[in-house]
Design a protein around this ligand. Structure first.
Ligand code: DC
Length: 228
């Protein structure tokens, strides 16, 4: 059976990561977290003190940096130049830096081939911001997840609270609002719903309900491909 390319775009906290991983597991597809690539580049630039204004150095950095995903004990780990940065890239500070560095054409260009290379065989569930519009415009199945700002902030806060005791709900809401603005307003590949994407508002839905709805759309698509 032909393996599809499935993309899931949407703003921070809309539930992309959890549902993408669940859907990938259910379909035995590869899971690709494209946000982790932007976070890793931002961390590399930050560690080397390269500001977002130094395009030349950032271009070099993108060319020389290795970012790998490895599955260990059922969990996906992110390696930056062979160092495990799975946790280091998830802090609120790195979220803002990732949003900031991801605006740069050199970074987007550098990561575009990387993402396409990882997804070239199909059989992938990829999550991000511009996957349905720019990275995989021909993906067979596109989803765009949304949720209210309050709900997204609550989810992110509960997630962060496990590791960062200092974070407050108010600050998390502000950070998400700021990131939304930066991700939507950037000139290049902004967060935008593709015309042929299926929008799902997850505000009042459980994870299982969202995955179930996506799975149904997947079955419809497979049926469409084989019966037409
Ligand atoms: O999905 P995330 O929160 O881990 O993404 C971190 C940042 O990376 C996000 O604010 C914008 C950027 N990003 C992007 O520009 N394009 C993508 N496909 C994925 C993430």
């Amino acid at each position: 059976m032909k393996k599809l390319t499935i993309v899931i775009d949407g703003p921070a906290g809309a539930g992309k990561s959890t549902v993408s991983q669940r859907l990938a597991k259910r379909l035995h597809y590869l899971y690709l977290d494209t946000g982790a690539l932007y976070r890793a580049i931002a961390l590399a630039a930050h560690e080397k003190n390269i500001p977002p204004t130094d395009f030349q150095e950032i271009r070099w950095l993108c060319q020389r940096t290795s970012i790998l995903f490895k599955k260990e004990k059922g969990k996906q780990k992110v390696y930056l130049n062979r160092k495990d940065v799975t946790r280091a890239i998830r802090t609120p500070h790195m979220s803002l830096l990732a949003s900031r560095y991801s605006k740069l054409p050199v970074v987007r260009k550098g990561l575009l081939w990387h993402q396409r290379h990882l997804g070239e065989q199909g059989g992938i569930v990829a999550e991000g911001r511009d996957l349905g519009t720019v990275v995989f415009p021909k993906a067979e199945l596109k989803f765009f997840l949304v949720a209210s700002l309050k709900e997204r902030a609550k989810r992110r806060y509960l997630e962060l609270k496990r590791t960062d005791k200092k974070s407050s709900l108010k600050n998390v809401e502000k950070e998400i609002q700021k990131r939304d603005r930066e991700d939507r307003q950037r000139a290049l590949a902004p967060l935008k719903k593709a015309k042929d994407a299926i929008e799902i508002d997850t505000t009042w839905m459980t994870i299982d309900q969202v995955v179930e709805e996506m799975y149904k759309k997947f079955q419809d698509k497979i049926h469409e491909n084989y019966c037409s």
